[in-house]
Design a protein around this ligand. Structure first.
Ligand code: GDP
Length: 299
């Protein structure tokens, strides 16, 4: 897809150039391997991943003689090997219903948009969806989610600005259960600047949910903005502490040269990657295809 390609193009350009510059030689020497490793780090794939690919190439130094395509193929294969185990779509399989999906992430990461995209995806799969405006801290967040709910034609449970998020979630689960809803998608506050408060709030939501259904929340999905590069990676550490994360959605891969963070995240954390965001409209959520992404990144 053009949009996806566009987003990863700059990530892969630099890498592609570096790989292309190395072919025609009979063997890769230490300098060549250094150069590749550096290019991989520059492309945000992370030091662990870069070292891993370097090691692989150092065992096969004579592949340079086989041309750029062969070199790229080896790099792509290494990347794909790390991405494949984490590619895991969000399945709706909770019984009893509803399946409760908590969506967490810092403000501006694309949380609200991702919730709308997920709602749309589940609607297309014929599931009954309900949204919950659990980010009561921002009036704008409640408003924005309401607009999406109206557009999608899905019910939404909201409370007043500054209201008790856990109480709203409690009401929502009861309504969802009474009306046979399959999936409850819960927006949450994203104020990472007050970590303690956020942690308490998310813990309280989880406690309330657990009282209604010990298996809930079934999913805690962290939304990350790929354009923030290494920052997105450190958010995984923080949110794992704060809330316990079960999977990731990486957004804004259409407009960034930081697509490599996806690979770094997979390599470092091994958390499931459910989907990726490649634009602002409701249809711009894509399943995460490891081989496609690996191929694009390796140029
Ligand atoms: P929230 O504060 O985390 O709820 O973030 P929003 O959902 O309001 O998104 C913040 C901005 O990022 C909005 O302008 C969205 O349209 C935009 N956005 C969200 N996801 C994507 C994406 O995948 N690609 C692009 N280009 N923009 C996105």
């Amino acid at each position: 897809s053009e949009r996806l390609l566009g987003g990863f193009r700059r990530t892969s350009e630099r890498l592609g150039e570096n790989l292309a510059g190395l072919t025609g030689k009979s063997r890769l020497d230490e300098d060549d391997l250094d150069r590749i490793e550096e290019a991989l780090i520059t492309a945000d794939l992370g030091p662990g991943m870069a070292a891993r690919i370097r090691d692989r190439l150092s065992e096969r130094r004579d592949i340079a003689a086989n041309g750029t395509d062969e070199l790229r193929r080896v790099v792509a294969e290494e990347i794909a090997a790390v991405l494949r185990p984490v590619a895991e779509p969000l399945e709706i399989d909770a019984f009893p219903r509803p399946q409760v999906i908590l969506v967490i992430g810092v403000n501006g990461s694309g949380k609200t948009t991702t919730i709308a995209k997920l709602a749309h995806l589940f609607q297309e799969q014929d599931y009954g969806v309900m949204l919950v405006a659990g980010d009561t801290f921002r009036a704008a967040a409640i408003g924005q989610l309401k607009v999406w709910a109206e557009r999608l034609g899905v019910p939404i449970v909201t409370g007043p600005e500054g209201g008790d998020a856990a109480g709203i979630v409690f009401d929502a689960v009861k309504q969802a259960t009474a009306t046979g809803i399959d999936v409850l998608i819960v927006d949450t506050a994203g104020r990472l600047q007050n970590k303690r408060e956020l942690m308490d709030e998310l813990a309280k939501i989880k406690r309330v949910l657990g009282r209604l259904n010990p298996a809930a929340p079934h999913d805690v999905v962290l939304v990350l903005d790929a354009t923030t590069g290494q920052n997105a990676l450190s958010q995984i550490d923080v949110f794992r502490d704060v809330a316990g994360v079960t999977g990731l959605v990486m957004t804004k891969l259409d407009g960034t040269a930081r697509g490599g963070v996806l690979v770094a995240a997979a390599e470092r954390h091994g958390l499931p990657i459910h989907a990726i965001g490649i634009g602002e409209t409701i249809d711009d959520l894509r399943p995460f295809d490891p081989d496609e992404i690996a191929g694009i990144i390796a140029g």
